[in-house]
Write a protein that binds this ligand. Sequence first.
Ligand code: ZN
Ligand code: ZN
Length: 173
Amino acid sequence: MKIRIEDITEEGLTLDVVEEGAALTAVAGSLDFTIPGQVKARLEITKTGADVFVRGSLDAALGFVCGRCLKAFEQKSGGAFNLFFTREAEKAREKELHAGDMDVNLLEGAEFDTSEMLLAQLSLDAPMKPLCNADCKGLCPKCGEELNAGPCKCPQASTPDKRFAKLKDFKVR
Ligand SMILES: [Zn+2]
Ligand SMILES: [Zn+2]
């Protein structure tokens, strides 16, 4: 949804936005995740002079592929976020220094796109290395079997690697 800066009144705007995940990802190009369902957000938008402040909360489920076992899984994403938009590069730089957990953006043009805003927030929230579970055991490097359900049939490495044999004699004083 596009919002014209001009249309933001003194009292501000409160928007409840519901976007189809598929429609959002379609405009995004390449992403490291999918959005199987809907993205719901509440945006409270206020304007001070030419600056725009957005207080938002976001609720969505993102689809990932586990980096260890390659299984697809979903994870909740969202929470609260704060965004500040200004047209002045100098002000943006200054704000950034004291921003805390607020995102500072340079505002270009007469409107901004809530779809882009939500996508940016979801991307920020997405893990760099998604794991279905922090303890995921992944796949056996030999047979490729998933090890979360139990050990595979490969012989267990009982003979220690010779390269590390010497380490056994090494003691920390
Ligand atoms: Zn996994
Ligand atoms: Zn195996």
